[in-house]
Design a protein around this ligand. Sequence first.
Ligand SMILES: NC(=O)c1ccc[n+]([C@@H]2O[C@H](COP(=O)([O-])OP(=O)(O)OC[C@H]3O[C@@H](n4cnc5c(N)ncnc54)[C@H](OP(=O)(O)O)[C@@H]3O)[C@@H](O)[C@H]2O)c1
Length: 213
Amino acid sequence: MKIGVLGTGVVGETLGTKLATLGHDVMLGARSKTNEKAAVWAAAHNSTAGDFADAAAHGEVIFNCTKGDGSLAALKQAGAANLGSKVLVDVANPLVFSDGQLSLSIVNTDSLAETIQRTFPSSKVVKALNTMNALVMVDPARVPGDHAVLICGNDAGAKATVSKLLESFGWRDIIDLGDLTAARGMEMILPVWLKLMRTLGNAEFNFAIARKR
Ligand SMILES: NC(=O)c1ccc[n+]([C@@H]2O[C@H](COP(=O)([O-])OP(=O)(O)OC[C@H]3O[C@@H](n4cnc5c(N)ncnc54)[C@H](OP(=O)(O)O)[C@@H]3O)[C@@H](O)[C@H]2O)c1
């Protein structure tokens, strides 16, 4: 499948690498067409690089792996025409750093994922993978035992497409929380995740949902 990954940080590169390893045709996108990190990554992974618009045009499925407070700008640069009615997997978190503290810039009655969906109404936005470290996203077996990946979105077909990709990463417990309003909770879990990382001293953990089956 052709996949456009918007973002050259650890998440974009890690997801891009996994998808390329699985045989997908991946283009990594940045603000600039000549982003050096993206070019180095593409050369090392037999893939391509471009700006956000190039990567969005390339992908049948698009991953938003951009900094939360830059995501709307990144997606506007990608362009509504290139995003089309494609599946848009939103991995970003609306985290902002001020006064030495991280907080959420969109919260409670809204979420970044819903803001993206309102801005690009034809896109099929699916929130996924934002509740864990990048290495765990693509290799759940790094964390022993059963643990879960949460997804939500308004389009059942889009969620089925994303679930298949997640299964190919090794995910077995994929919990569909329903429509995109569930992204509020998925993003609001981040303050707990960040405290856990400090308490546990590393980022390789995940949430498991204990329940009667
Ligand atoms: N790090 C993790 O393990 C992790 C886990 C879960 C979720 N997330 C979320 O995933 C996203 C990516 O995280 P990351 O750590 O890989 O990298 P990041 O540093 O948060 O984001 C890097 C990407 O954001 C773009 N960007 C930065 N500021 C921008 C702006 N003002 N306008 C447009 N684009 C801008 C950069 O563009 P250029 O390429 O042009 O520099 C780059 O592609 C974030 O939203 C983060 O909260 C991260």
